[in-house]
Design a binder for this molecule. Structure first.
Ligand SMILES: NC(=O)c1ccc[n+]([C@@H]2O[C@H](COP(=O)([O-])OP(=O)(O)OC[C@H]3O[C@@H](n4cnc5c(N)ncnc54)[C@H](OP(=O)(O)O)[C@@H]3O)[C@@H](O)[C@H]2O)c1
Length: 350
């Protein structure tokens, strides 16, 4: 009997950090073959020259985006604003599309205009895309043709707050996020220059971060409004996001109720783990041990001296916050086992 043919996947923007992670994951995926990967600047070069971890794992060479051929699954991994301007062309080439950028995450053109300070170039496409966070959108992603990526910071906040938000228990929340340098992609800038970046603890978005819109869409539209503030700080990490969310609940909650809420939300989630131990050094979520994995670790603590609940969530921004969630979406869209290609456990020590 013939084996089922593998899906043919292509990656646009494959020389970037997100595209490189999509390729790494798909090279280990039993149902998918990557047939094309693009980079304008690296066209003609072997992918390992840019992604040295993939040396001898693939003979692929970069092509230019205009050489793109039709494929079963197209991953778009370009900077913000590039996919939305060419979506008609990409949709004619990819039977299914997963776009890692922010171009199709927000359903409302008005909300998009507010946060991105521009009119969306293809507003009719916005509500055709399913927001690509499987924990919140699993049933819509199953069989879908188009999925957006997720904001990495939004993902840490959404998964931290989901158990409380869906129970209508949040009055207000201040989410403080510490983030690594790979969030900014592989293009160098003065802020990523080693003498400027190394050792810094730099507030870069104390207010006004665009990912706030994704939390509004995913948690407030379905479950009710609450006051939300995000502050983002760059720290000395390459990969990783740690969200520390200070929640004022609508009513006092004891430990038992909190455990119940978090267990009910995440007991059956393959990639969300509750981390809350009484002893040891790994009592709470920590991004370092998640590097390269698709896990989001979530923990919580009640403040005995106030009405505050602190919820913690850690991810690898390039994985659960980008390529890992994208491949998880692909598995759902194509009817594969949801965890295929995503079972790497990370390294310890690292
Ligand atoms: N980094 C993260 O943690 C993260 C997390 C979640 C989501 N995302 C989103 O994922 C997307 C990719 O992020 P990244 O960090 O991988 O960026 P990156 O490292 O800067 O890579 C961008 C890639 O896009 C290609 N590219 C740029 N302009 C293009 C164009 N006009 N047409 C075709 N290809 C183009 C670049 O290669 P050439 O210029 O050589 O073509 C490069 O391969 C972004 O939209 C980002 O917001 C990133």
């Amino acid at each position: 009997m013939n084996a089922r043919p593998k899906l043919r996947a292509a990656i646009v923007g494959g020389s970037g950090y997100g595209g490189g992670e999509v390729l790494r994951l798909l090279l280990d995926h039993p149902e998918v073959e990557v047939v094309q990967i693009t980079s304008r600047q690296q066209a003609g070069n072997f992918v390992y020259s840019v992604h040295p971890n993939l040396r001898s794992r693939t003979k692929l060479q970069f092509t230019t985006p205009d050489q793109l051929q039709p494929c079963d699954v197209l991953f778009l991994c370009m900077p913000h604003g590039e996919a939305s301007g060419q979506i008609e062309r990409f949709a004619s080439l990819g039977h299914r599309i997963i776009d890692l950028s922010a171009d199709f995450r927000l359903r409302s053109p008005d909300v998009y205009r507010t946060w991105y300070e521009a009119n969306h170039p293809s507003p009719a496409w916005l509500d055709r895309f399913v927001y690509g966070l499987p924990e919140l959108r699993r049933s819509q992603l199953a069989g879908a043709r188009l999925a957006s990526g997720v904001g990495c910071n939004a993902t840490a906040v959404n998964l931290a707050l989901y158990p409380l938000a869906r129970a209508g228990l949040i009055r207000s929340v201040v989410a403080d996020l510490k983030v690594g340098s790979s969030e900014a992609g592989n293009a160098a800038s003065i802020s990523s220059h080693h003498p400027e970046r190394s050792g810094s603890v730099r507030s870069f978005a104390p207010t006004g971060h665009r990912h706030q819109a994704e939390v509004g869409q995913e948690l407030m539209e379905p479950y009710g409004q609450f006051e939300l503030a995000l502050s983002i700080t760059s720290v000395e990490l390459v990969r990783g996001v740690l969200c520390t969310a200070h929640v004022t609940p609508t009513q006092p909650l004891d430990d038992k109720s909190l455990w119940k809420l978090f267990r009910e939300a995440y007991a059956n989630e393959p990639f969300v783990r509750i981390v809350k131990d009484r002893s040891g050094i790994h009592r709470y979520p920590e991004p370092k041990i998640l590097a390269g994995t698709n896990y989001c670790d979530v923990g919580f603590e009640r403040d005995p001296h106030s009405n505050r609940i602190v919820v913690l969530a850690a991810i690898d921004n390039l994985m659960k916050g980008a390529a890992g969630s994208a491949v998880q979406c692909m598995n759902l869209m194509c009817g594969f086992e949801e965890t295929l290609g995503l079972t790497f456990t990370g390294l310890h020590p690292i």
